[in-house]
Design a protein around this ligand. Structure first.
Ligand SMILES: C[S@@+](CC[C@H](N)C(=O)[O-])C[C@H]1O[C@@H](n2cnc3c(N)ncnc32)[C@H](O)[C@@H]1O
Length: 247
């Protein structure tokens, strides 16, 4: 399969430097810290799934001797991540076929990475893999764009600045499948000229009841769902916290 992040990888962190995206990252961390305290989890092993360029992976190694594993299927994204830390074990794997030799206290999967799984069966496999990797009592935090968000993004074409570059975003949403296709056309500044780069990424919306059912059948207990942002009063992103119950 062609890697949809191949062209985006060198630009991803310019985009992620946006204060709005940094606020998402900070909120994931803050709510996880609260959950770890409440559940008496002291993370010695952390696995960050779909870690991308490692923005939510690398902070785990600071000032600690814990084992930190970052997993992604995109070699281009991992190439950027590897430059940030030699302390993290970076692994190229697909979440649906995850094979790890660690038992984790905390598993994370951030920034709508699970919307990239386009079939219910695929998400079921991912949750089952997470349940296998977590030790009993371990925590799983992930977030998802809502269907409303994917639909809303397809209502207009937008122009963004990202550092010295700019990109237009035009999205399509298929109401029957719940799948959105994000088309980005980047104008990457090179000297006095701009290079054109086309990116296309697909995301699927999952119904709330579906997520709950899939977590339950993977043996994970949903502890908390919080709305991270609203638009016109409607949730656009939710953050989930699940626990692997002790036997
Ligand atoms: C929006 S980026 C999020 C990256 C990172 N978690 C962050 O917060 O910046 C989505 C990432 O998910 C990865 N991804 C999507 N589907 C995947 C799968 N089935 N297995 C592994 N990685 C996957 C992509 O390669 C990409 O790096």
């Amino acid at each position: 399969m062609r890697d949809p992040y191949r062209e985006l990888a060198p630009l991803y962190d310019v985009m992620a430097a946006d204060p709005g995206i940094q606020a998402f990252y900070a909120e994931f961390q803050a709510s996880l810290r609260v959950a770890m305290k409440a559940h008496h989890v002291r993370p010695r092993v952390v696995v960050d799934l779909a870690c991308g360029t490692g923005n939510t992976t690398v902070p785990w190694v600071a000032g600690s001797r814990r084992t930190v594993v970052g997993v992604d299927r995109s070699e281009a994204m991992l190439r950027v991540a590897r430059r940030k830390s030699a302390r993290v074990r970076w692994l190229r794997q697909d979440l649906e076929r995850l094979r790890l030799d660690v038992r984790a206290d905390v598993v994370t999967c951030h920034f709508d990475a699970l919307n990239h799984v386009l079939e219910t069966g695929g998400l079921q496999r991912v949750f089952a893999n997470v349940a296998r990797v977590l030790r009993p009592g371990g925590l799983f935090q992930f977030d998802l764009n809502t269907r409303f968000m994917l639909q809303w993004l397809s209502t207009s074409e937008k122009l963004f600045r990202a550092g010295p570059h700019a990109f237009t975003a035009y999205n399509e949403f298929d109401a029957a499948t719940g799948i959105a296709t994000f088309h980005q056309l980047w104008f990457v500044k090179q000297g006095r000229l701009f290079r054109k780069v086309e990116v296309s990424v697909r995301e699927r919306a999952f119904a709330e009841a579906e997520i709950r059912g899939l977590l339950r059948s993977a043996g994970l207990r949903l502890e908390r769902v919080s709305v991270q942002r609203r638009l016109k009063g409607r949730p656009i992103r939710r953050v989930y916290l699940a626990v692997k119950p002790a036997p």
